[in-house]
Design a protein around this ligand. Structure first.
Ligand SMILES: [Fe+2]
Ligand SMILES: [Fe+2]
Length: 185
């Protein structure tokens, strides 16, 4: 077995616990930004449809998540990711692209993204342990929302999308890569 570092372990650049927390906030901020852009892309195609109504509800939650991390980045003077312009385009393209395949594909995209974010938040909360109570509560609340989004996507037919398996695999890989990059850049 390879010795893989758990995804949220301290990185060499994390000289202090504060630096580690800053990195967590940076990646979460980037992730919520990306999520909001994915739903924007889906809504550009599906607004006004039945799936669009569900997506609009999830998009509203992502905007709340993003606002919270926007405030946190400012209050704690965390450097935001330099990759925001990339997530702006890539998030929207992923949302619109899957929505163009159809509403069930859009839901499969949501299922895959939210599953990765659920795990990401789970590991972060665990990593914080007894530190940063307010941040930890935020992470746990948002994690519950993301689980909700995943369940909604499944209820809306995500798993009935033709090509569900390769699609969700690709989206999960892309999401993990985005997390990995946003933790570092
Ligand atoms: Fe979110
Ligand atoms: Fe979400």
């Amino acid at each position: 077995m390879s010795k893989r570092r758990p995804p949220n372990a301290r990185l060499p650049g994390d000289s202090t616990p504060e630096a580690e927390v800053a990195r967590m906030i940076r990646v979460d901020h980037a992730g919520e930004y990306g999520a909001a852009r994915i739903y924007d892309g889906q809504l550009a195609i599906l607004a006004g449809t039945e799936a669009g109504d569900k997506i609009a509800g999830m998009a509203a939650a992502e905007r709340r998540h993003l606002e919270t991390f926007d405030e946190m980045v400012l209050a704690r003077r965390v450097r935001p990711t330099a990759l925001a312009p990339l997530w702006h385009v890539a998030g929207f393209a992923l949302g619109a692209g899957t929505a163009l395949l159809g509403p069930r594909h859009a839901m499969a995209c949501t299922e895959a993204v939210e599953e990765v974010i659920d795990e990401h938040y789970r590991v972060q909360a665990e990593r914080l342990g007894g530190r940063e109570a307010a941040l930890k509560t935020t992470i746990e609340e948002f994690r519950a929302d993301e689980q909700d989004h995943r369940d909604t996507a499944i209820a809306e037919g995500a798993r009935k999308a033709p090509g569900h398996r390769p699609l969700t695999r690709a989206v999960k890989a892309g999401t993990r890569l985005a997390i990995w990059l946003s933790e570092r850049v």
